[in-house]
Design a protein around this ligand. Structure first.
Ligand code: SF4
Ligand code: MG
Length: 330
């Protein structure tokens, strides 16, 4: 039930009444060892905030984060270090997450010192070489004396994965890990992450706006809209047989490489402001199937087949919903 609300006052130009940003509202999901879960949504859906809440970068407004069933309460140094050594965040822009005036060796040795304080300098150096080998950067000396700007985005993202590995984590939270990279090298970085999941049994949350990549990369897919989850299930189901009208919209607007038409990307409208989000179903102002109740009553979770579920009134057990479903299927 992870929840995060921020208070804001007025706008950039004027003081105004205090308002609340509903960045993440009652989000529950489970990550599993050796599996990849995609968390998909447009920018501003709250998915990055959610990943940061799992990493405990800032306190929750409500709900809790559990690690192997036990609530994580991070207050102060020791508990935070324990959490950081289990849960590592990988960010979208590798250039922004490195100190530009530190060599790669310096950055990595800092991470290695934190997580392997008992090792001698020589042992730490061996750990760094091993970390770089694990992300396919060999020989290490080709990279250790470089500064971030001397490396490509793909190399630097591999190094940020190596830095995360220094902590020997059980959970990776990767926030758009390949979105800032050249299309030609994205697959290599995703394959590297996939190998780490398989070989080391880590759990990976793959945060992305790209639902097409979720299909081939993640076993499970969860879709987030305006701070809430709207659909989840096995990726194959969610991407091939989307139940929620928002997921359907995301899929229909994703570029399809198998279709070579030059059609301009469809205008699919904008997500709502998270300040005072719409009542009822938050998607109702954009939904072509909205019914009367959608504007006032938040839809509950409806379990569908094959482990899929959706928060959408179309799956209610009544005549109006059945009519809506028929229209949706057509
Ligand atoms: Fe559309 Fe209503 Fe379903 Fe929301 S609950 S997605 S408005 S049909
Ligand atoms: Mg984001």
């Amino acid at each position: 039930h992870v929840t995060k609300h921020f208070a804001v006052r007025g706008s950039l130009f004027r003081r105004g009444p205090r308002r609340v940003v509903h960045a993440v509202d009652d989000v529950s999901l489970s990550l599993h060892a050796g599996r990849i879960m995609a968390l998909v949504g447009e920018s501003g859906s709250g998915k990055s905030t959610f990943a940061r809440l799992l990493a405990q970068l800032y306190p929750l407004t409500g709900g809790e984060v559990r690690y192997r069933g036990t609530a994580v309460r991070v207050r102060g140094g020791k508990a935070l270090r324990a959490h950081v050594s289990r849960v590592q965040l990988i960010l979208q822009d590798p250039f922004g997450s490195f100190n530009p005036v530190a060599t790669i060796a310096r950055t990595l040795s800092r991470a290695v010192r934190i997580h392997h304080p008992a090792k001698t300098a020589r042992e730490q150096k061996a750990v760094i070489e091993d970390l770089l080998a694990q992300v396919n950067l060999r020989p290490a000396r080709q990279f250790t004396e470089k500064f971030p700007h001397e490396l490509s985005g793909g190399q630097l993202q591999r190094i940020s994965i190596a830095r995360a590995l220094a902590a020997n984590p059980d959970v990776f939270l990767a926030d758009e890990p390949v979105s800032s990279l050249d299309v030609s090298i994205r697959l290599g970085v995703l394959n590297l992450l996939r190998r780490l999941v398989e070989d080391r049994g880590v759990a990976l949350l793959y945060v992305t706006h790209d639902i097409a990549s979720a299909r081939y990369f993640a076993e499970d897919t969860t879709v987030m809209y305006a701070g809430q989850l709207v659909e989840a299930g096995p990726s194959e189901q969610v991407t091939q047989n989307a139940a929620h009208p928002y997921t359907q919209l995301l899929i229909s607007s994703a570029p399809d490489p198998s279709r070579d038409d030059d059609a301009a990307p469809r205008d699919i409208g904008q997500p709502p402001s998270l300040i005072d989000p719409p009542a009822g179903c938050r998607f109702h102002p954009r939904c072509p199937f909205a019914m009367e109740r959608c504007a006032t009553q938040a839809p509950p979770r409806f379990e569908l087949e094959n482990g899929q579920w959706a928060n959408c009134w179309l799956y209610a057990d009544d005549a109006e919903a059945a009519e809506g479903r028929a229209e949706n299927a057509a």
